[in-house]
Ligand binder design. Structure first.
Ligand code: ZN
Length: 495
């Protein structure tokens, strides 16, 4: 079980100076290493029409250029400067000083190792990096690696993230210690709780939440926020392997939840949960401040003060939302032990509408302005975060949350599974087949519960689609005697 606990740091003035300086150094290092990678990526990418997009390096084979010619800074081998720490059975180091390691494996540059090996050089050229803890510095290269992976390698849906961006001063807000432990939390001479951050010192912090018993501190990330510095500790207990509770869901001990826009959530026991009013209030205040900001001279004193005010309001809204989501999660679990939740594909919903072009190439109305309101409230709702909160609360209470594919849950009747088409504005579900009359979101919630229950009992039913197919098969089996099967497929094959 892996958890994240966040604490407020209370660094002394001298410590703040160190931390702030490190953050700036880290940002520069990040941008430099990213540029290195991107330059290489641009220089060696094969033409789009010749190779699949994003294939990065095919050295020597396709291009008749050697590695050195494409990129001068990468030698083919790097030489080990001291004996490795890992030892074999007889006590001899596995890797020795002077060993040569290839930087290019199968035509691909192993960038992470190349850049890690280049760090001593950085320290030589820029002595200010000597003040930084070495692991913090190494972690930056790990971050660059992750960003490039997300950019170059498609995920399971075949999508990649956009081209990585260089980080401006206000967009790079944290650095990490990849190895901390429980012994890093100590009391100082005044009896105050401190985190012992290597090379910074004992930084006092608000220890308002004990590390649970059996949990070990793994990593620490120092974060800059609008009202000061925080540390987020990753803590792990390996003896608690996620405490998978096997509660068999039944109709009585479970409920389905449909997350939506008009109502934040609707449950299958008929509860409609609204977005609290204070969000709308804060939003209104925010828009007013934005208008005032636009009138100010950029980078003037008044502008800066206002900018800070806005940032604080954003922080407040985020905190209010999280707090409310926790309360809601506990409330939802109060009378059941299993929750089925239909997880929306939010990225699809918040996408911009396609531009519509007229005959003369002019832009026609495409409904984006109407959707912008929708986009905003969608992001505001932060459903992804809510599902995470639900998962956490479920774990905490020893209960269970099961995600259900919500596709088609608004278009089918929960009772007879018949398709009842409706547009976004149709709020009512009335089934001509079985005469169900109810709110559309309530219908979805009931259907999510039904599909969820089926999916935990029958292997091959995981969505509305499969449920409908199973129901149809059942129907036809009841109506027809089982002969003549398989003949239908012959016709389609001869086509
Ligand atoms: Zn029906």
């Amino acid at each position: 079980m892996l958890l994240k606990y966040k604490y407020k740091l209370k660094p002394h003035k001298s410590q703040t100076a160190i931390i702030a300086n490190w953050l700036e150094l880290a940002r520069r290092q990040y941008n430099y290493r990213l540029a290195e990678r991107l330059n290489w990526f641009e220089a060696t990418r094969t033409p789009v029409n010749a190779c699949p997009l994003n294939v990065s390096v095919v050295v020597g084979t396709l291009h008749a250029t050697s590695v050195q010619q494409i990129y001068q800074n990468i030698p083919e081998f790097r030489t080990q400067t001291r004996d490795g720490r890992k030892k074999d059975i007889s006590g001899n180091p596995i890797t020795r000083k002077g060993d040569k390691h290839p930087n290019i494996v199968n035509g691909y540059v192993s960038w992470e190792t190349v850049q890690l090996a280049d760090l001593p050089q950085t320290k030589k050229l820029f002595p200010e990096y000597k003040s930084m803890h070495s692991q913090v510095l190494q972690d930056i290269i790990q971050r660059v690696q992750t960003t490039m992976d997300n950019f170059a390698k498609p995920d399971k849906n075949g999508k990649t993230s956009g081209r990585p961006k260089f980080k401006g001063k206000h967009y790079y807000n944290s650095f990490s210690y990849p190895q901390l432990s429980n012994t890093n939390i100590v009391k100082n001479a005044n009896g105050r709780y401190c985190v012992n951050l290597p090379k910074v010192g004992l930084v006092p912090f608000v220890f308002n939440r004990q590390i649970p018993k059996g949990f070990k501190v793994k990593t620490g990330t120092v974060i800059r926020e609008v009202d000061g510095w925080y540390i987020s500790l990753t803590i792990e207990d390996k003896t608690v392997p996620l405490r998978r509770v096997e509660i068999q869901p039944t109709e009585k001990n479970s409920k389905g939840i449909d997350l939506g826009l008009l109502h934040y959530a609707v449950t299958s026991d008929g509860e409609f949960i609204e977005v609290p009013k204070f969000f709308r209030f804060s939003e209104h205040r925010l828009s007013k401040l934005q208008v005032r900001l636009a009138r100010k001279q950029k980078h003037s004193k008044a502008w800066k003060i206002l900018k800070r005010k806005i940032a604080k309001l954003h922080q407040l809204i985020a905190r209010q939302r999280l707090d409310w989501q926790f309360k809601l999660a506990y409330h939802l679990f109060s009378n059941v032990s299993v929750i089925f939740v239909g997880l929306l594909q939010i990225s699809n919903l918040v996408r911009r509408c396609k531009a519509k072009l007229g005959d003369n190439g002019q832009f026609l109305p495409n409904g984006q302005s109407a959707k912008s309101g929708l986009n905003k409230s969608l992001q505001d709702a932060a459903f992804g975060q809510f599902v995470q909160v639900l998962e956490y609360v479920a774990w905490k209470l020893g209960k269970r949350i099961i995600k259900v594919d919500p596709k088609g849950t608004s278009q089918h009747c929960w009772e007879c599974l018949r398709k009842v088409s409706k547009s976004l504005s149709d709020r009512w579900h009335s089934c001509p087949e079985c005469g169900q009359e109810l709110d559309r979101d309530y219908n979805s919630a009931l259907l999510i519960q039904k599909i969820g229950l089926l999916s935990t009992q029958e292997e091959d039913i995981t969505s509305v689609k499969t449920a409908v197919r199973a129901a149809l098969a059942e129907e036809s089996r009841a109506l027809q005697p089982p002969f003549g099967r398989g003949e239908g497929s012959v016709g389609s094959m001869s086509k």
